[in-house]
Design a protein around this ligand. Structure first.
Ligand SMILES: Cc1cc2nc3c(=O)[nH]c(=O)nc-3n(C[C@H](O)[C@H](O)[C@H](O)COP(=O)(O)OP(=O)(O)OC[C@H]3O[C@@H](n4cnc5c(N)ncnc54)[C@H](O)[C@@H]3O)c2cc1C
Ligand code: FES
Length: 282
């Protein structure tokens, strides 16, 4: 189905944008952890994006995306009022949310926005939520104010020390865990190396840890095999069995290899797109 862009906000100009889409059929069913697959034009590639928030009353969903390649660059050229011709969802298994006490939600880069819906879901279920968020520098930090509205605590880490702890999100996470109280679950969304590092912080402490795997996806319905990953020694499809899995059982080395497989092709496509755009006078 198509979806109209109601609002577009460049959170980090030229790099990260937030769009609110009118998609009532998705907004009514969307749960934290779900994602959509969209196409920017009829022949375009299908890309997965997390539903960062959903409002059934207004029939809207929010997406936040980092401009990394051809399709996200094309998406970022659209304006308020434009229509995205193909938006499919909600897809994936929703986050398992129940009342369990203290939950720490870790987000890195654009993953902070993807983590927002999950953190909000845990808060609405009655959990005490701590957000641990990180970015290279303060100007690149997303959703600090939004998370502060319902999180008991928002811990920040920046690589350059311009805000919060100087270092990585795992440094802020370790600091939070060392202070207690006991944490029932850690949830992490962000780049694969970050999620892997979070798993290694919580493993020796025996804290249940969930990660949302951003594998390559094509159909999003378990038919193409593009999103396969190994969890607990078994092949799983991130689109239908996930995207969330037990962080301590994910084969991260394999996941990193698979993500790197298409780098050459992706770079060539982006260069071709940039040239076309220049020729068209964009
Ligand atoms: C379930 C799921 C949810 C996602 N949610 C979001 C989201 O909310 N916001 C967001 O910005 N991105 C999200 N992603 C990643 C997003 O799908 C990719 O950034 C997008 O497909 C890139 O398309 P492209 O054509 O612009 O770039 P491409 O040309 O396909 O790729 C350019 C570069 O982007 C990186 N990349 C490509 N695909 C992925 C991927 N799946 N994960 C991580 N890096 C990738 C690689 O480094 C690659 O070299 C999600 C991925 C999955 C699987
Ligand atoms: S995206 Fe095709 S099987 Fe998961």
């Amino acid at each position: 189905m198509s979806a109209r862009i109601l609002t577009k906000r460049e959170l980090i100009p030229g790099m990260t944008s937030q769009m609110v889409l009118h998609a009532p059929h998705i907004a009514h069913k969307a749960r934290p952890g779900n994602f959509i697959i969209l196409r920017v034009h009829a022949q375009g590639e299908r890309i997965p994006l997390t539903i960062a928030d959903a409002d059934p009353a207004s029939g809207t969903i929010t997406i936040v995306f980092l401009v990394v390649g051809k399709t996200t660059a094309r998406l970022n050229l659209l304006h308020e009022g434009d229509v995205i011709p193909d938006v499919c969802g909600p897809l994936g298994k929703p986050t398992h949310i129940e009342r369990k006490g203290d939950v720490v939600c870790v987000g890195g880069g654009t993953g902070v926005a993807a983590m927002f819906h999950i953190a909000k879901g845990h808060y609405l279920a009655g959990n005490r939520v701590t957000a641990v968020i990180g970015a290279r520098t303060k100007a690149l930090l997303l959703f600090h104010a939004e998370l502060s509205r319902f999180c008991a605590e928002v811990s920040v880490a920046t690589n350059d020390g311009s805000m919060g702890v100087k270092g990585l999100v795992t440094d802020a996470l370790a600091e939070r865990l060392s202070r207690g109280p006991e944490v029932a679950e850690v949830v992490a969304v962000g780049p694969v190396p970050m999620m892997q590092a979070v798993a290694e912080v919580t493993r020796p402490l025996g804290i249940k840890t969930t990660v949302s795997l951003n594998t390559i996806m094509v159909d999003g319905i378990g038919m193409c095999g593009a999103c396969r990953c190994t969890v607990d020694g078994e092949m799983r499809f991130a689109c239908v069995d996930g995207p969330e899995f037990d962080a301590h059982k994910v084969d991260f080395a394999e996941l990193r290899n698979r993500l790197e497989q298409f780098h050459g092709q992706e770079r060539a496509e982006l260069e071709r797109f940039k040239k076309q755009f220049e020729v068209a006078g964009g």
